[in-house]
Design a protein around this ligand. Structure first.
Ligand SMILES: [Zn+2]
Length: 272
């Protein structure tokens, strides 16, 4: 850790990793018009990976991993070589890209290595955030990997910045298999299409507190099911000036560490 991608390239059969500005002119001409910026590409025959080196470091590593995986998965070469990226059927291309993204994540997080370390500390947004630098991955990727692979019922909502209507647009949501099996999709559980930022609702309280903090803040969520059962969750929120992260987990899983109480008035107190 971090995964030595440069040493992996020859193992994957790649002879050179070069900047995308060196992409052969014939390929540049084929570049789909909508895609004005190629982040990465692999030429199977030439065994060369092209990377846009101007990407921020964690993003560059992810793109590098993505292209390596295209080369490593035996069934990727034929469709890409026969059809070229641009002509590949939508669903097929989507499937291959999804596979490459999964593979890139596993390369960078080294599966059980990341999760083993993450599960050493209590269930919290702090856990993947603390490991992101070691693995040279983005906060976003670390948090998402943590949730997707967590053995407990946890869910993640990622939003952007506050928009004019005072709410935060939701960019993505994901759940661990345990959460999805027990409760379904997280936006349905929370009954949210956008993230509220003002106090008055449990989610609004914790998101608002995160917007004014450099650290992860924690609040409690109590939700009523249609048959009037109470579901108790804990919500961790973190805002890094670009994205708002909301991690939802079952309350009984958490009995360690600092506690934050959301008061009725909407103030979030953080006892030290
Ligand atoms: Zn790709």
């Amino acid at each position: 850790v971090p995964t030595p991608l440069a040493e992996l390239a020859p193992v994957a059969g790649i002879q050179a990793v070069v900047d995308v500005s060196d992409l052969p002119p014939t390929l540049v001409a084929q570049k789909p018009r909508l895609l004005d910026r190629i982040l990465g590409a692999v030429l199977f025959r030439e065994r060369v990976i092209y990377l846009d080196q101007s990407q921020v470091a964690p993003r560059l590593r992810f793109t590098n991993g993505h292209e390596l995986i295209h080369k490593l998965i035996p069934w990727h070469e034929a469709p890409f070589r026969l059809d070229g990226h641009r002509d590949l059927f939508g669903p097929t291309k989507q499937l291959l890209e999804t596979e490459a993204n999964f593979g890139a994540a596993d390369l960078l997080f080294q599966n059980s290595v990341f999760m083993g370390r993450a599960l050493d500390s209590q269930l919290s947004l702090d856990s993947p955030i603390a490991l992101a630098d070691d693995f040279e991955v983005s906060l976003h990727a670390a948090i998402r990997y943590y949730v997707d692979n967590h053995p407990d019922a946890v869910a993640l909502v990622v939003g952007g910045r506050i928009s004019r209507d005072g709410t935060v647009p939701i960019w993505l949501e994901t759940e661990s298999p345990a959460f999805r099996g027990r409760y379904g999709r997280v936006h349905e559980v929370l009954n949210l299409m956008r993230l509220p930022v003002e106090s008055g609702s449990p989610v609004g309280d914790v998101v608002a507190a995160a917007m004014h903090s450099l650290e992860v803040v924690r609040g409690k969520l109590e939700l009523r099911t249609s048959d009037n059962r109470a579901l108790r969750f804990v919500a961790d929120a973190f805002y890094n000036q670009y994205c708002t992260f909301l991690l939802v987990s079952e309350e009984h899983r958490l009995n360690l560490g600092r506690k934050i109480t959301v008061r009725a008035a909407g103030q979030v107190a953080v006892p030290r």
